[in-house]
Design a protein around this ligand. Sequence first.
Ligand code: PNS
Length: 167
Amino acid sequence: MAKDNKIAIYPGSFDPLTNGHIDIIKRASMLFDKLIIAVASNSTKNSLFTIDNRVQIINESLSDNDSIRVDSFEGLLSDYARKNNIFTIIRGLRTLSDFEYEFQMAIMNRSLNSSIETIFLMTDEKYSHISSSFIKEIYKLNGDVSRFVPSPVIYQLNKIKNEKNNK
Ligand code: PNS
């Protein structure tokens, strides 16, 4: 794909950011001139981190790169895309089972905003088993997640644990 001032949004809950997300961010930033990482703030999932924390973690986990910006949004992704005049959405695929949900979401987003195209990028297979939900579960059951997430996530997880212990 030619890089011709192309902008894309990489949306997600990022609760928390994983090494798999970082892999997708790196791949997308090679293809696009500008990448907006958009943290969805109305996720129905049981959240571990606040939106501000998630944005902070993403910023801290990425090396300085002027072509990447981290933002958060409320409401529909299709509306966020329209407001910002961006029509390309990036989503990562780990396994075939991701595809069904992602396919439906891509079609729904295009029904809501006909200018939107979703581009799927495949994660490196070494990250195909990593999901934010697993990270949350392993962390809550006192397992070691340090191989699966960047160090700012570990720092924030330890902070949460220390705050709980000091109560
Ligand atoms: O990381 P996730 O949880 O798989 O990301 C899902 C996300 C946040 C991209 C999706 O739930 C979303 O876009 N939410 C915003 C609300 C919205 O537009 N919903 C309709 C999707 S068809």
